[in-house]
Design a protein around this ligand. Structure first.
Ligand code: GLC
Length: 444
């Protein structure tokens, strides 16, 4: 991750109040049988959908903060990432039709490509709820004649046998518009016309009211749709719902750490963790297919498939899941490029899914110079596109064979418990190539 992106992500997290805290007394990671799927699920699809897609040149919610935090993306993506006056942004709700929002279409493609779960932004920081909520006045209840996009998403997940994940933002800049600064910088406060203005302080009474609103919406999400497998908080929910209550409503659900400061799994947002997590710590890296944005972005900004394959293999080599994001366009369908990428992922998974599904983490980088996963007595070595150095594995027995997935054997050298081989140029592609190292016995 570039320094620029890192600074922006850190700044965003400060604004929305993401933080890590020691688990509260009585919290233990969910050991309910219905929650164990998360560990090793491998691949999830993140979907950021909301009002910003109607404009198509601003980031979801962050387009409400001035100056647009993502403006550096102009280098690669044209006039993108600027700010829009809140009243204009929110007025887009009246044109929101979601006429081609048919989650079954993209979820079917994701399922074919090997995805195991999906997470939809039910309400992002901009405050617009994608289900007809009885709390507040800014949801599909007021704007889409009560259509329930969350319900449609949940039904499609079930139909395609994907675990159901709901994203929910703690902050709500619409509900708290009189108290929110629309500046992206903490040094100056801006009102809803982007005029410098000291915002009203949040009184205890307003906070109480807001917590009741969050509690009401969360209760709807956790009671209206049957089993929810994952709740993906973004930003502090200020204790609006306790973990005990969540467990009572959804005993088999996992939730991330961002709402309460602790939870069942940790997230690394758009970066690979600096250090390995302890083996008992479940984790997920969420990442964007479109450089620099979560909401809809035009096709030119999609990263190549080679980037994705390597990201997936190194996250799996450390035992985490990859939650990869794509943003539907205004009408709710995905842009053609998203289907193309899902098809490419399917192509890679058809060949190599064994190396990333049902595997254990491997000894990389300690004893290998490329990401490794393990299944039984097989080590899978992942060579990033056009790897031009010999692949090495240290402190192992002499393997029975080193081979490509089609069975082609590769010559290797073995000395002092060290294995070395070269991936011939003709087998070295523009995605990640995987080589199997087969041992007689399971290695330590
Ligand atoms: C950040 C951003 C938010 C995005 C989330 C996904 O917290 O504020 O826009 O939804 O990351 O990880």
């Amino acid at each position: 991750m570039s320094e620029q992106v890192k600074t922006r992500v850190e700044k965003e997290h400060r604004i929305i109040g993401n933080q890590e805290a020691a688990p509260a007394a009585g919290f233990a990671r969910n050991d309910h049988p219905g929650a164990q799927w998360f560990n090793g699920a491998g691949l999830g699809l993140f979907i950021h959908y909301g009002l910003s897609a109607l404009d198509g040149t601003i980031e979801l919610s962050w387009g409400l903060k001035c100056p647009g935090p993502h403006s550096y993306d102009r280098v690669t993506c044209g006039e993108w990432g600027h700010a829009m006056l809140p009243r204009r942004y929110w007025a887009m709700a009246k044109d929101f039709r979601a006429e081609n929002f048919n989650p079954g279409k993209w979820l079917a493609a994701a399922k074919r490509a090997g995805f195991r779960y999906a997470v939809l932004t039910t309400r992002h920081h901009d405050g617009f709820a994608l289900w007809p909520s009885d709390c507040g006045n800014f949801s599909t209840k007021n704007h889409l004649q009560g259509r329930d996009l969350v319900g449609e998403f949940v039904a499609a997940c079930r139909e395609h046998d994907l675990k159901v994940g709901l994203y929910y933002s703690g902050p709500d800049w619409y509900y708290l518009q009189d108290y929110t600064s629309f500046s992206f910088s903490p040094d100056v406060e801006l009102g809803i016309d982007f005029q410098p203005e000291k915002r009203r302080p949040l009184t205890e009474a307003v906070q109480k009211d807001f917590r009741a609103y969050l509690h009401g919406q969360l209760t709807e999400l956790l009671t209206r749709y049957g089993k929810i497998d994952l709740l993906w908080f973004d930003g502090s929910i200020d204790g609006a719902m306790s973990h005990q209550e969540m467990r009572a409503l959804q005993p088999g659900m996992v939730f991330n750490t961002r709402g309460l400061g602790y939870g069942d799994f940790r997230c690394c947002e758009t970066y690979f963790p600096k250090e390995r997590m302890p083996p008992e710590q479940w984790f997920e890296c969420c990442h964007v297919f479109t450089e620099g944005a979560w909401g809809y972005m035009k096709s030119e900004c999609y990263r190549p498939i080679g980037w994705f394959c390597y990201e997936l293999s190194r996250i799996r080599a450390w035992g985490g899941n990859l939650l990869i994001n794509m943003g539907p366009q205004a009408d709710g369908d995905m842009p053609a490029i998203a289907y193309r990428r899902l098809e490419e992922i399917k192509g890679w998974m058809d060949q190599y899914s064994d190396s990333v599904s049902g595997v254990e983490p491997g000894p990389w980088p300690e004893r290998a110079n490329v990401p490794v996963t393990i299944k039984g007595n097989v080590f899978y070595l992942h060579a990033h596109w056009r790897t031009d150095f010999p692949l090495e594995l240290m402190d192992v027995d002499r393997p029975q064979a080193v081979q490509l997935f089609d069975g082609t054997p590769l010559p290797f050298t073995y000395q002092n418990r060290q294995l070395k081989f070269v991936l011939p140029w003709e087998h070295n592609h523009h995605t990640t190539d995987v080589v199997k190292v087969i041992f007689q016995d399971r290695q330590k």
